[in-house]
Design a protein around this ligand. Structure first.
Ligand code: PSV
Ligand code: MN
Ligand code: MN
Length: 424
């Protein structure tokens, strides 16, 4: 399935009048519109290769058909998303779910779609058929040095794959931990994990970053060895300047104040990036902004504020990625929704009157501070996001065009109705 330029042009033409009407409020009334549109054009959100197929749960999986059967088809899917929204210009691979047999050819294919390779992810949470030792009792924390060695070598191998593809970051998420009190010596597990991470860190090329992703629970349910932002920050600080904490929105205990975590990590220069998703109960991996859009806005409010304070480039200095996977939606439609939700939260955060907010805070004017934030959050910025897409060459309404062109039907025609994407 190839999206032609006339598909986008025809679609935009048919919606031009309605779009201009909605946009006119912005162009007439708000001086901020132009810089916000430009920032939105620059802002790209990486798509995880494993979100392109139906994720399923442990109770079953309901694939919708036309799922990508190879890395090439995953790249084609992200290429489709990017052609539609011009905001998904990167793909994040998970090794060994995605093994590039010919890195140069894969890189060329990605470039044809306007894509680059975002952080590469290692996997020491599943046993692979050809692997000597088991990760049942952990990987980098394991009591047996042979298991730790295998996990270290795997991470170094993932870096090699990433180098060949032009990626510049490694995300390490560990399922290591324990399921029952008494099972694990916490201090030994911490030291062993740190030592293992140090070896992986030493293998990073100069321009690379390492993201240490934390998670409070699952698959270990009593303790996780990188269980919260405190332990991730400890590892990242001990490892050195190339190591950072990665925040996955679904990896916190209920009601955690994620925006405050983000503010402090950013302030300390240790925030590496994000896995965007949304959750009601746990690591639900639901569509970004589908459950708690205000929280997403508050996170972006801290990001914009903190990045500006540190003189950071919004688009380039942090890793922006989605981490989602579920059972009931077309994965491509879902990713279009997630990207849009992230863009909306970002645009709203850019609208916040920061001078007035600081004045209100200094004067302890709680009501005014809340009004300022909610004023931005309750502003309909959809025309701005649509305009950014249009100017970048994307569709005014990507989801509508996806359906109008029957993209899923065409993918099923090409790939079959019973395809299963590799991954979880
Ligand atoms: C773990 O729950 C996680 O969020 C990590 O980022 C993994 O790499 C990914 O999900 C696997 O689906
Ligand atoms: Mn994640
Ligand atoms: Mn997760």
């Amino acid at each position: 399935m190839q999206l032609e330029t006339h598909h986008i042009a025809d679609h935009n033409q048919s919606r031009a009048e309605a779009h201009q009407r909605k946009l006119s409020y912005w162009t007439n009334e708000v001086a901020k519109a132009e810089p916000i549109i430009q920032k939105l054009i620059d802002f790209q959100i990486a798509i995880p290769s494993w979100a392109l197929g139906t994720g399923g749960t442990r109770f079953g999986r309901f694939p919708g058909g036309g799922e990508p059967r190879s890395l090439e088809e995953k790249i084609a899917d992200v290429g489709l998303l990017h052609a539609l929204n011009q905001a998904s210009g990167a793909i994040s691979l998970h090794i060994p779910w995605d093994i590039p047999s010919d890195a140069q050819a894969i890189q060329q294919l990605a470039a044809q779609h306007g894509l680059r390779f975002d952080a590469v992810n290692s996997n020491t949470f599943q046993d692979q058929p050809d692997q000597a030792a088991s990760y049942k009792f952990g990987s980098l924390q394991h009591t047996d040095p042979a298991v730790r060695r295998q996990a270290i070598e795997h991470n170094i191998e993932v870096i090699r794959h990433g180098v060949a593809l032009g990626s510049d970051a490694l995300t390490v998420w560990l399922s290591d931990g324990s399921c029952f009190p008494g099972q694990l010596n916490f201090r030994k597990a911490f030291d062993r994990t740190l030592e293992s991470l140090e070896e992986i860190y030493a293998a990073l090329p100069d321009n690379w970053k390492m993201f240490v992703e934390y998670k409070a629970f699952e698959p270990n349910f009593y303790s996780m060895t990188v269980g919260d932002w405190g332990s991730s920050l400890l590892y990242a600080s001990k490892l050195g300047p190339k190591a950072f904490t990665l925040v996955d929105l679904g990896h916190h205990l209920p009601n955690a104040n994620i925006e405050q975590i983000v503010a402090i990590l950013l302030h300390e220069g240790k925030l590496g990036g994000f896995h965007f998703n949304d959750s009601k109960y746990g690591d639900d991996d639901l569509t970004a902004g589908s459950i708690k859009p205000y929280q997403l806005f508050l996170i972006f409010n801290e990001l914009v504020d903190g990045m500006d304070a540190r003189g950071l480039d919004h688009a380039r200095d942090l890793g922006w990625m989605i981490d989602a996977s579920h059972n009931v939606k077309d994965p491509l439609e879902d990713l279009l929704q997630s990207v849009e939700a992230i863009q909306l939260a970002y645009a709203q955060a850019l609208l916040v009157d920061r001078v007035a907010l600081e004045e209100a805070r200094e004067a302890n004017d709680v009501v005014r501070a809340q009004e300022l934030l909610q004023d931005a959050f309750r502003t309909d910025v959809r025309p701005l996001v649509a305009e950014a897409r249009r100017r970048a060459g994307g569709a005014l309404q990507p989801l509508a065009l996806f359906r109008q062109l029957n993209v899923r039907g065409q993918l099923i025609g090409e790939r079959g109705a019973k395809t299963v994407a590799t991954g979880l």
